[in-house]
Write a protein that binds this ligand. Structure first.
Ligand code: FAD
Length: 391
């Protein structure tokens, strides 16, 4: 049978059930008809097309009928291919959706108590409650584990939070911010659901980005922000618990990196089959074919890696180094794939009209977020050498 995706040469998507493939087919139809036509203009303007939010919410992608169980759980591969499909259209759209479906949902599901998760997860799945993941700080990115400086002080039944966060994706429109802060009493990192409108919270949009321009990122200032103890996520009691979340989040990004490669590859194939030079389609030249083959190899290897990683996670095998390896490799492949896509399209490859320029520019942010290449390599290195090169 034809694989669901032209770029999926080894038919990894055949591992999905018929119902899962059907939902992703509907997603693709919405992306093609309602999202794709907007991308160039919104990317150039540095704005997010919020009109696409409702059509995506209406698809109920986090817990579709016939795919999710009664608790809203879906297979890992379905969740992975959902990110793949979104990213195949656009990295900002995938990052926007994943801020809710991955970063925020995972934080509440795995960082909250059973009661918090049971109460909030249905609202998160339906977008009735939206949220973001506020970990990175202006002075601490890669060294956030030891460096995290935002503080939380308990006063009776309340916590008072002071500090600053940087780069927080989707914050401008979210209902709550999942803020990670260090408890002044025991020095451990904890997490709090802070209403975006809470007194003392100030958001500033990050301007002049050259990558993921559609995705809206914010600097956040928190000045004596008070939240009740019930807003604390009960199962996050140290940075180890945050690191456990990141194993899942890095896998999600690896799927996004694979999907972006599919989008760039498909756009490059389309263009090089149509455009003629020297009286022949570009795709008929040996050098072009070699580049297209390299792109397909990168993408196929990335997909194989994330599929197997996800299958193992479903079996309960969660290791920092496994998701770090996938994040590191898929993003390195991504950089090469999008650069080749841009190259084979020639001069038109630097305009937003052929589809490859967006992927080319956006790859830089994906390469650096969710742990840079270096940090993920060091996590893998630590598992190889048995000794860490960083603390
Ligand atoms: P730095 O830590 O300053 O690193 C700079 C360079 O130094 C990198 O190349 C790094 O690899 C290298 N480096 C650092 N330490 C070492 C070392 N020990 N050895 C070798 N090299 C080293 N964060 C959130 O919390 N929530 C979000 O929603 C979010 N969204 C983001 C969206 C975008 C578009 C971007 C760009 C970032 C986002 N981030 C978010 C933050 C992201 O996770 C950080 O950018 C990332 O962790 C890197 O931190 P940094 O940018 O401060 O770089």
């Amino acid at each position: 049978t034809e694989p669901l995706y032209a770029a999926d040469r080894y038919g990894y998507s055949d591992l999905l059930s018929g119902a899962e493939q059907e939902v992703l087919g509907k997603l693709r139809a919405v992306l093609d008809s309602q999202v794709a036509p907007l991308l160039a203009d919104y990317w150039e303007a540095g704005e997010f097309p919020y009109q696409i939010r409702q059509p995506l919410v209406d698809l109920n992608l986090m817990a579709p009928d016939g795919v999710a169980d009664s608790q809203g759980r879906t297979s890992g591969l379905y969740g992975g291919f959902r990110n793949f499909e979104l990213a195949r259209t656009d990295a900002s759209v995938a990052t926007f959706y994943n801020a809710q479906s991955g970063l925020f949902r995972s934080t509440v599901l795995h960082g909250g108590s059973a009661e918090q998760a049971a109460e909030l997860d249905p609202k998160i799945r339906s977008f009735e409650l939206t949220g973001v993941f506020a970990l990175t700080e202006p002075e601490h990115g890669s060294d956030i584990a030891g460096g995290l400086a935002t503080s939380a002080r308990r006063e009776g039944d309340e916590w008072i939070i002071d500090g600053a966060k940087r780069w927080i994706g989707g914050a401008a429109t979210a209902d709550v911010l999942a803020v990670f802060a260090r408890d002044e009493a025991d020095g451990q990192v904890k997490a709090f659901l802070v209403p975006r409108e809470a007194p003392g919270v100030t958001l500033t949009k990050i301007l002049r980005k050259t990558s993921l321009r559609m995705m809206q990122n914010a600097d956040i200032e928190l000045r004596s922000v008070r939240v009740p103890d019930s807003a604390r996520l009960a199962n996050i009691n140290s940075f180890k618990d945050v690191a456990a979340l990141m194993r899942r989040l890095r896998s999600d990004v690896a799927w996004i990196a694979a999907g972006m490669q599919a989008g760039a590859y498909e756009a490059a194939v389309r263009y090089t089959l149509e455009r003629e030079q020297f009286g022949r389609p570009l795709a008929s030249f040996q050098l072009t074919q070699q580049k297209l083959a390299t792109m397909l190899a990168n993408l196929t290897a990335s997909l194989g890696m994330v599929v197997r990683l996800t299958q193992r996670q479903e079996e309960g095998i969660f290791r920092d180094e496994d998701s770090a390896l996938a994040k590191m490799f898929t993003c390195t492949s991504l950089r090469e794939t999008v650069a080749l896509a841009r190259e084979v399209v020639g001069g038109n490859g630097i305009t937003l009209d052929t589809g490859v320029a967006r992927f080319h520019a956006d790859a830089e942010a994906v390469y650096s977020y969710e742990g840079t290449h270096d940090i993920n390599a060091l996590i893998v290195g630590r598992s190889i050498a048995g000794t860490g090169a960083f603390r």
